[in-house]
Design a protein around this ligand. Structure first.
Ligand SMILES: Cc1cc2nc3c(=O)[nH]c(=O)nc-3n(C[C@H](O)[C@H](O)[C@H](O)COP(=O)(O)O)c2cc1C
Length: 314
């Protein structure tokens, strides 16, 4: 439907709804429940340079307002993505976004190099790359997304090899999101994904032990939405960068709210666990809500919370 079209940093989307990395399988597992062409884009689970085993169980616990996870990025590594996952996904989605992370700064460059070679061999295999900068950095012990310098270097190393749209996925657990976002822009990011999970902890009060096998984890789900809304609103106002929202969206109303804050598209993560059909339901309801809001299309809803730029036409 024409009115649902949008675009983020050069990534053209038939609908503003994307799956959120890590909540939609590693490759085509979700095809058992839904048509992989329902999302405007499928975002794959994070792939690192080397394979990773992930964290000890339990990896997910339910808490009020959402879930806490410490999956630990288990994956088969970048070579497997290129040799197995990309061929398996070929032609099955409306758009495919590869999500990658390095455990060391230099790995972002090595991953970028491999992805560029993959695209040369099979152009069109994926339409954009999302850099998960919230991955633990084994060199410094804290995520790249906490440091403007590190975040910029990671983006730059990957950018140097890739010409497809590059989205920097940031952590909400930082003091100044605009500072990190601008560093990513300097590094060559075309847009932002705001955001990853927030740091969280759940304890078993009987034993005093963490309920997750790895201790603390990442919080996601409906209670994350106001936090993500604030990040989107602030980053839009202070950087003007194209933004994909992620955090607690469950309904078409949530999506409309994120668009108004400045997001150009919205990822659906935890809500998919409750119902894999949620994206379809949201897509079907969006035209009605656009009409209620008195706007012609998704593009007209984007950034409505912000005053028009000085000199811009009304
Ligand atoms: C179980 C689980 C696994 C996730 N794995 C990843 C991942 O591999 N890479 C990543 O960038 N984000 C990952 N995320 C974060 C989501 O993509 C999303 O940013 C976050 O959950 C907020 O959106 P939501 O509240 O709609 O779930 C994961 C989230 C969950 C719940």
């Amino acid at each position: 439907m024409e009115m649902l079209r949008t675009e983020v940093g050069g990534l053209a989307l038939a609908t503003p709804l994307l799956s959120a990395s890590g909540t939609f399988g590693h490759e085509d597992e979700m095809a058992e429940w839904i048509d992989l062409r329902e999302p405007g884009a499928v975002v794959l689970k994070t792939v690192t340079f080397h394979p990773r085993r992930g964290n000890p169980p339990p990896r997910i616990v339910e808490v009020s307002g959402g879930i806490l996870n410490s999956i630990g990025l288990p994956n088969e590594g970048i070579d497997h993505l290129i040799a197995v996952t990309l061929p398996r996904m070929r032609g099955r989605t409306r758009a495919l976004v590869v999500n990658v992370a390095g455990e060391r700064v230099d790995e972002f460059g090595r991953i970028g190099e491999k992805l560029a070679a993959a695209l040369r061999a099979n152009p069109g295999d994926f339409q954009a790359v999302e850099l998960n900068l919230s991955c633990p950095n084994v060199e410094s012990g804290f995520p790249f997304a906490k440091s403007p310098e590190l975040a910029a270097r990671c983006v730059r190393l990957c950018r140097d090899h890739l010409s497809v749209p590059l989205l920097a996925k940031l952590s909400p657990s930082v003091a100044d999101i605009a500072e990190i976002a601008l560093a990513c822009k300097e590094g060559g990011a075309d847009g932002l994904t705001l955001s990853n999970t927030a740091l969280g902890l759940a304890l078993d009060w009987r034993t005093g032990r963490p309920r997750l096998g790895a201790g603390h984890g990442g919080f996601s789900g409906p209670a994350l939405k106001p936090l993500a809304m604030y990040l989107v609103f602030t980053a839009f106002r202070k950087t003007g960068m194209p933004i994909v929202a992620a955090g607690g969206a469950e309904t078409a109303e949530d999506v409309m709210e994120f668009l108004a804050a400045g997001a150009r598209a919205v990822q659906i993560g935890t809500a998919t666990f409750r119902s894999p059909r949620v994206m379809r339901a949201i897509e079907q309801r969006l035209p009605e809500l656009l009409a209620q809001a008195g706007v012609a299309d998704v593009a007209a809803q984007i950034g409505r919370a912000h005053p028009p730029a000085a000199g811009a036409k009304a």
